[in-house]
Design a protein around this ligand. Structure first.
Ligand SMILES: Nc1nc2c(ncn2[C@@H]2O[C@H](COP(=O)(O)OP(=O)(O)OP(=O)(O)O)[C@@H](O)[C@H]2O)c(=O)[nH]1
Length: 390
């Protein structure tokens, strides 16, 4: 045993000065408490931010607003380096409707559509009745494996969580979270929080998608897929207000298929429907994306042209007329027929147009309808854009 110069034994490490021990323990406890407090504050702040996020997405009025909020806010509040969303869209219904409602998908590069469940990155092989809800998949990012879920992965992505989006026991897609921190998503991490977040996102998604579908159905003609009268009535009011503010002309075409009764008599009602679909497609072919085409009922169509004066609208109308008459409509190899349309074109003079928008809209439609009547009277298969003096 070694003795010190004073003859005292040095303090044994296991029997250190009790006061010193207590101070050290105290310091350690304080540090631990400070750490826990910091964690609690951080968790509280995350919870508060997430509650605000939940309210935000629950309040989203439409699909772009919801998706936009998810992509903009979630990476910030959850401190993530990548957030993408994969949606199952079997027959491209969601995409068709959203496009029709003017959603610009290029604005959302993190939005991915797949046709089938198997195309999701989730491990669904073990799914059976006993395991109704698949769990989120957490782990290291694998460039090859995760490319479909993270097509534009940021450099340095390290760990990912692929969280199923469930509605009524059905998987509608996955929420894909990525972090440059390799310890962020490890297989041992609890997933309650992200599952809860995903369930709210899934409810909101289903809600806005159903609402957009209803909106679409309410504004669309089911036979031809173009807009219906309700849409044009509503849009015309908006466009008249905008055209007056920004001082540009708008024009309206009233189109009617000539002798359509004969078409029905010749090819039957089903054949007539097919002809209407083809006529709608040929009209659409001549229009810009800013123009709106609607079936007004029967064999009548209306086109609203934005920023088009009478001359340019009449020019487009002539192209439509020629496009419909230009080639036979083929119903089957043995059944082809030639169809023509008559068109009345009227323009809203924003300098002269005053008064209530609803009245202005009605006048515009009536003028185009009157000119269509002139086109019919004049022999059909023609465009009339001004009334001949008597
Ligand atoms: N196939 C089909 N026919 C329709 C539809 N809606 C209306 N029709 C038919 O469209 C025809 C319209 O005929 P009319 O209004 O008499 O006019 P038209 O024969 O086109 O003659 P003009 O307009 O004077 O050239 C009627 O026979 C309607 O039954 C529809 O959704 N599908």
């Amino acid at each position: 045993m070694t003795h010190t110069a004073t003859g005292k034994l040095p303090p044994h490490p296991d029997h250190a000065d009790p006061a010193h021990d207590l101070a050290a323990e105290n310091r350690a406890l304080r540090a631990r408490m400070a750490y826990l407090l910091e964690q609690a504050e951080r968790n509280h702040s995350i919870m508060t931010r997430h509650q605000a996020f939940d309210l935000n997405i629950i309040g989203a009025a439409n699909f772009p607003e919801l998706i936009g909020t998810i992509f903009r806010v979630l990476p910030v509040i959850s401190e993530l380096d990548s957030v993408t969303l994969t949606l199952i869209d079997e027959d491209a219904d969601i995409r068709t409707v959203m496009l029709k409602l003017d959603v610009v998908f290029a604005d959302f590069p993190g939005l991915i559509f797949v046709e089938t469940l198997d195309q999701l990155d989730l491990e669904l092989g073990r799914r059976n009745a006993a395991v109704p809800a698949p769990k989120p998949l957490l782990g290291m990012y694998d460039k090859l494996r995760h490319a479909p879920s993270f097509p534009n992965a940021p450099a340095g992505l390290q760990s990912v969580a692929l969280v199923p989006l469930m509605r009524n026991k059905r998987i509608i897609g996955s929420l894909n979270l990525g972090s440059c921190d390799p310890t962020r998503f490890t297989p041992s991490l609890g997933t309650d929080f992200i599952e809860h977040m995903a369930s709210i996102i899934a409810i909101c998604l289903e809600n806005v998608i159903s609402n957009e579908m209803l909106k679409y159905i309410g504004l669309t003609d089911s036979l031809t897929g173009v807009y219906n009268r309700r849409y044009i009535d509503r849009r015309l009011l908006e466009e008249i207000a905008r055209a007056r503010r920004q001082r540009y002309p708008i024009s309206l075409m009233y189109i009617d298929v000539d002798h359509f009764k004969r078409v029905n008599d010749t090819v039957g009602h089903g054949g007539g429907d097919e002809v209407l679909r083809e006529v709608a497609a040929r009209i659409k072919n001549e229009l810009r994306t800013s123009d709106a085409l609607a079936r007004f009922g029967g064999e009548e169509f209306v086109v609203l042209l934005i920023d088009a004066n009478l001359e340019s609208a009449a020019f487009v109308a002539e192209r439509i007329r020629a496009g419909v008459a230009g080639s036979m409509i083929v119903l089957s190899p043995s059944l082809q027929l030639s169809v023509t349309v008559s068109i009345g074109v009227a323009c809203l003079d924003v300098d002269a147009a005053e008064g209530e928008a609803a009245l202005t809209a009605r006048n515009l439609i009536e003028r185009a309808d009157g000119l269509l009547y002139d086109a019919k009277e004049g022999g059909r298969n023609r465009v009339v854009s001004f009334r001949e003096p008597p």
